[in-house]
Design a protein around this ligand. Structure first.
Ligand code: SF4
Length: 258
């Protein structure tokens, strides 16, 4: 694989606590081939830097960075990683969409003794990264039959990636957003319960609560909100209709592509 030492990111987030074990530095890649209806990071979907409205001003989200710049930031917190079992997480966007760049970061982190983690939809080629990832945070985003409608991409490639990782003994934690009305049914809950049986080797299956934090970002990017989740409610009913109507995730020419 060609070595690529520069890539496009939106930000580097230090001292994160929700993107893998311990205290972590999270690098958010820019560019994603999917268009999940509930995506709360739409500024990471387009592969290129783009204007976004912040505080009434247009600024650019996304920039090209060299691996060395990322590692300079990541290494600052080595003491925190060692004390908490943390490390670096590459997220996005989709890390597999810049797989050679991701590989260089992960290789350098490993060489520095830093725990490595990748958050992915699995919609891409996982093989180039396998030797350099200590933990995979792998999304399952819906029933296989609904995948295309919910995310704009089919489940076939996702399942292939998952099986490749598991057959090679990778540490895989599954993360599943629970977004009403798509995921809060008894049937889907049962499906998630079965994942460890369907795909032996999975360490854990986590259910992630949904939120509405990304809605303002669509407007700031000059884009239409593809789907408005209901307001979270502590006493919302758990079961909804078994066949909720599912709008289509789109990847139309009018939309920026990752
Ligand atoms: S995989 Fe889905 S949720 Fe994640 S960045 Fe891409 S579109 Fe957004």
């Amino acid at each position: 694989m060609t070595k690529i030492s520069t890539g496009t990111i939106t930000e580097i987030h230090c001292c994160a606590l929700d993107d893998g074990p311990g205290v972590r530095t999270v690098v958010f890649f820019k560019g994603c081939p999917l268009r999940c209806l509930w995506c709360h990071n739409p500024e990471t979907q387009n592969a290129n830097p783009e204007p976004i409205l912040r505080g009434g001003q247009h600024v650019t989200v996304g920039r090209t960075v060299h691996v060395d710049e990322i590692m300079d930031v990541v290494k600052r917190d080595i003491g925190h990683y060692r004390a908490t079992g943390g490390g670096i997480t590459i997220s996005g966007g989709e890390p597999l969409a810049q797989v050679s760049f991701a590989r260089e970061i992960l290789k350098q982190a490993q060489a520095s003794g830093i725990h490595t983690c990748v958050e992915t939809s699995g919609y891409g080629d996982v093989e180039p990264l396998m030797a350099h990832v200590d933990l995979w945070l792998f999304d399952i985003k819906g029933f296989p039959k609904d995948y295309e409608q919910l995310t704009g991409g089919g489940f076939g490639l996702v399942e292939k990636s998952l099986l490749t990782l598991l057959r090679n003994g990778a540490n895989v934690m599954i993360r599943c957003p629970i977004v009403p009305p798509f995921h809060n049914t008894q049937a889907y809950d049962d499906y998630l319960d079965q994942l460890k049986t369907l795909y032996p080797g999975i360490i854990e299956v986590q259910r992630l609560p949904f939120h509405r934090l990304g809605l303002d970002k669509y407007e700031a990017l000059g884009r239409e909100v593809p789907f408005i989740p209901p307001i979270p409610s502590a006493d919302a009913p758990r079961s909804l209709p078994t066949n909720p109507s599912v709008p289509h995730a789109t990847n139309s020419p009018n939309q920026t592509t990752g």
